[in-house]
Design a protein around this ligand. Sequence first.
Ligand code: HEC
Ligand code: HEC
Length: 233
Amino acid sequence: MKLKPTLIAVVLSALAAHPASAEFQRQPRVSGIETYGYKWNPSDQDMNKALAYKANAKKGRATYKICKGCHQADGSGLADASYPQLAGQHASVIIKQMMDIRAGRRDNPRMYPFSGEWIVSAEEIADIAAYLNQLPPPAGNGKGDGANLALGKHLYDQDCASCHGKNGEGDAKKFYPMVAHQHFAYLKRETRESRDQGRRNTNPDMVKVLKNYSDADVAAVSDYLSRLTLPKK
Ligand code: HEC
Ligand code: HEC
């Protein structure tokens, strides 16, 4: 894990300011898709607060210092899938994923210490999300080997475009992520984990379409998506 000294200082001061600092490191775990009766995107007080708040991208730019040691200053993440690209992502999606991580609906032990209210309030998360949403798509991103793009496009158009959009643009109102121009390795991992129900906050209707996907199918569709470009902001 690559952490900048300033980031470490921010976290240490937040930990020191909080009485129960030992608890920070351990992410809670609430039931997810592995549980019978799972409901995707349950009502979440913190999320409602962040969504209702009138976000300020300029303030978000400053608060993003907590995140940029991992997700990079331009929101590009890393191609090796260790950190997803966040630049250009829908604010609603960033807010939902953040609240899922903080509530323990999406496992992310590495990020958990940077996600709780001891370090960012719901309003600050909304500010960061507004800031990230208006960042231009980073120039480069990780792509696959290009060997099965026709299959990837076929699968995407048939099974995924109805939710994620014709060009992978997602749908902010429905919390469907933008998947175009994301890093290949991250797309592949998240798609595979969703299929295998390892991404516990995943959408059950998406799991249904993925059920019969081989790893090669997942790689083909991920490669196709990593090459889609988004309109310039
Ligand atoms: C210590 C490194 C680290 C820090 C700091 C960090 N993150 Fe993350 N973040 C990650 C990792 C790792 C993942 C991917 C987890 C996975 O694969 O499920 C992630 C995933 C995410 C996602 C999900 C993206 C998606 O496409 O679903 C969002 C949103 C996010 N981070 C926002 C933030 C914000 C906002 C901050 C600052 C408040 C932050 N992160 C700080 C490591 C970090
Ligand atoms: C029924 C609508 C639906 C369909 C169909 C669907 N998805 Fe999704 N997808 C979603 C939703 C909703 C999420 C976010 C889930 C969550 O809350 O974590 C998601 C998340 C993802 C992610 C993770 C994005 C990120 O930033 O972490 C990837 C990758 C993905 N989908 C790929 C696909 C692929 C490939 C297909 C087709 C094989 C597909 N999806 C079909 C709704 C759908």
